[in-house]
Design a binder for this molecule. Structure first.
Ligand SMILES: [Fe+2]
Ligand SMILES: [Fe+2]
Length: 282
């Protein structure tokens, strides 16, 4: 599947902060971003480790940005498979790296991965932070998340935020992942509302006022660049628009995802008889 999607190089999206882009098919003419990040400072940080589908590409892209021996931190946002694809190899290749995670991620990963090195970890809860040389990374609970272990990070030096599974939006072409402003506002808003409802359907039972205070607190950190695992990079007014999509979902009904009719259409396309070719002239 990976081979059908064009290669995309890492790109610097904030000072010393590089998006590692990968993609999966997302439907007709759409791609689902599967991003991670490398922060290349005094103590380089790998932020999430991609999906198994992209394992080889992820390794190649990440270590084109930073030498494995220099990596000091691997931040794991949560234990979902699309964020842990390169984790075991990254730990092996980066002997000087400390894994920032939490108890419950480790407990859940114990069911599917080889034993992780407890002596190379730090367990940090939302509200906590770690110092990586020339910057402090603050952990927080993102507005939208699909796993209980999820933490985002905020880089105090560059006002960069990793929002994990929040602000999800398919993109129609690869380059759109680097800048939300290359996409139509209404397209992005529709994508974020429907995809966030899939990611966090519990929004339907939220008290809007309580939830708004949480979202306000995150936005108030004062962010200049937001990257997420599954959407375009946000800057400028794109940031507030994205936060508003999260606020708007609170207390609203779940937006249904594609159902049986879509599956029937997909199967019909796959099963359609091949067109009859005219016989080649003798
Ligand atoms: Fe997730
Ligand atoms: Fe994800």
């Amino acid at each position: 599947m990976e081979s059908t999607i064009p290669w995309s190089e890492p790109q610097e999206i904030a000072p010393d902060t590089f998006l590692i882009p990968n993609f999966a098919p997302g439907g007709p003419d759409l791609l689902l971003p599967v991003n991670s990040v490398v922060i290349r400072g005094a103590e380089p940080i790998i932020v999430d480790t991609g999906a198994p589908l992209h394992h080889d590409a992820w390794i190649e892209k990440v270590f084109s940005i930073v030498d494995p021996i220099d990596v000091r931190w691997i931040f794991l946002s949560h234990d979902d498979g699309d964020h842990t694809g390169g984790l075991i190899d990254a730990l092996a290749m980066c002997p000087n790296a400390t894994l920032v995670t939490n108890f419950f991620s480790v407990e859940r990963l114990a069911l599917e991965k080889p034993e992780l090195p407890l002596h190379r970890m730090r367990w940090i809860e939302p509200g906590g932070q770690f110092v990586a040389g020339d910057r402090t990374l603050r952990l927080f609970k993102p507005p939208i998340f699909d796993g209980p272990t999820t933490r985002g990070i905020y880089d105090s030096k560059t006002a960069f935020m990793w929002a994990v599974d929040s602000f999800v939006s398919m993109v129609p072409e690869i380059d759109a992942v680097f800048d939300v402003h290359s996409l139509d506002h209404d397209f992005v808003e529709d994508q974020m509302l429907s995809m966030q409802s899939l990611v966090s359907p519990w929004h339907a039972w939220l008290d809007p006022a309580t939830y708004r205070r949480h979202v306000d607190d995150i936005e108030a950190m004062g962010v200049l660049t937001v990257a997420t695992a599954h959407g375009p990079v946000l800057t400028g007014d794109g940031i507030n628009r994205a936060f508003n999509t999260a606020r708007r979902l609170a207390g609203q009904p779940i937006i249904p995802g594609p159902g049986q009719e879509v599956l029937d259409d997909l199967l019909a396309q796959v099963m359609a008889p091949a067109p009859v070719m005219a016989p080649a002239p003798a």
